[in-house]
Ligand binder design. Structure first.
Ligand SMILES: [Zn+2]
Length: 346
């Protein structure tokens, strides 16, 4: 099955440069939901500043509901930043029924193209809410101003299709189809996982080179994946044990790193443990220039090992979809294989 970017469906999306000033010039009083770095880039360009600036960070439901209650009456909410800003803006829109515009500053996650907010709750992640923006403005100048390594980390939520598809198939073959453990296997939808991988492999060198077309094509993958999650009612083709390892890492360490980079580490480890062509995601990550060395990412091997040891218990406690993680026995051989996946001889 082939896929071309013109098939991307879902939210109205505009690509260009300098998109935010003309948008907000048309708005009445508006609220900016931001992360500090992109906000510092765009704030000086605005002739019509926001009535209120909400800084995104904490994604616990209690904190988000506090923000929603405190938000003054405005005509529009504009999310500006990475996934945390997108998810916070979606929650405020959903709770307050105020029109939403999203301006992602990184091609890092599909949060601007998904309808639910990824809450951090009870030591795990759950999805709630329903937000459809008026439009998503992809400002290639704003993304170009971001540190290149964060742009290149944006492959994670597409690369995850590689391991997620295999987990979905494993669950189907093992008979774990019944809710809440899994969702029915679908040949066509699962084949799309591989089509996204093909597109990612094709665009990876463009992303490494800082080419606008690489950014646009990556965002179109995120857009199509976000639409497909909604259409299917689940994300099995895109979310599996690589995400579960990322969540276990956050749970065990009490911290996180950039989502796309953390998920990329998860794909490299879990594709190895699935015995699922781990050379392919390694090749794509290297071609995109994505950081995967633990020292570059400020991650200790002991942290990854601790997350792996917790993983089989974690996925059961959290009721996550059936995956290779559920029956994993994390012995010395598994730890050695995971270590080797993250420390290739290059
Ligand atoms: Zn993700």
């Amino acid at each position: 099955m082939s896929w071309d970017v013109s098939q991307a469906r879902g939210f109205p999306t505009v690509y260009g440069r300098g998109l935010l000033p003309p948008l907000v010039a048309e708005l009445g009083p508006w609220a900016a939901v931001v992360q500090p770095e992109p906000w510092a880039v765009v704030a000086p360009t605005l002739e019509h500043p926001p009535a209120v600036v909400v800084e995104a960070g904490d994604l616990s439901p209690a904190h988000l509901d506090g923000l929603a209650a405190a938000l003054p009456a405005v005509d529009a909410i504009v999310g500006i930043g990475g996934g945390t800003a997108m998810d916070t803006a979606k929650w405020l829109h959903w709770r307050r029924r105020i029109p939403l515009h999203q301006v992602p500053s990184l091609p890092s996650v599909n949060a601007c193209f998904t309808r639910m907010t990824a809450l951090r709750d009870d030591g795990g992640v759950r999805y709630e809410g329903d937000a459809v923006p008026e439009q998503v403005l992809v400002d290639l100048g704003l993304m170009g101003a971001a540190p290149p390594e964060l742009v290149r980390g944006g492959i994670g939520d597409v690369l995850s299709c590689h391991t997620a598809r295999a987990d979905w198939e494993l669950a189907a073959l093992a008979g774990h189809q019944q809710p809440p453990l899994s969702h029915p296997w679908d040949d066509g939808e699962a084949a799309m996982s591989l089509a996204y991988l093909d597109e990612l492999e094709a665009l990876a060198p463009l992303l490494a080179a800082g080419d606008d077309d690489g950014l646009r094509r990556l965002m179109e993958c995120h857009r199509d994946i976000g639409w497909r999650c909604h259409h299917l009612g689940h994300a099995r083709f895109e979310e599996g044990s690589e995400h579960f390892l990322a969540y276990a890492f956050e749970h065990v360490t009490g911290r996180t790193i950039m989502h796309g980079e953390l998920v990329t580490l998860g794909v490299l480890v879990m594709s190895t443990l699935q015995d699922n062509d781990p050379a392919r995601p390694r090749r794509i990550a290297d071609a995109a220039g994505t950081r995967t060395r633990l020292d570059e990412l400020g991650v200790g091997w002991d942290e990854v090992a601790a997350a792996l040891r917790q993983l089989p218990g974690f996925v059961r406690e959290q009721g996550l979809w059936w995956s290779v993680a559920h029956e994993l026995v994390v012995d010395d051989a598994v730890l050695a294989a995971a270590h080797a996946a993250l420390h290739p001889d290059r």
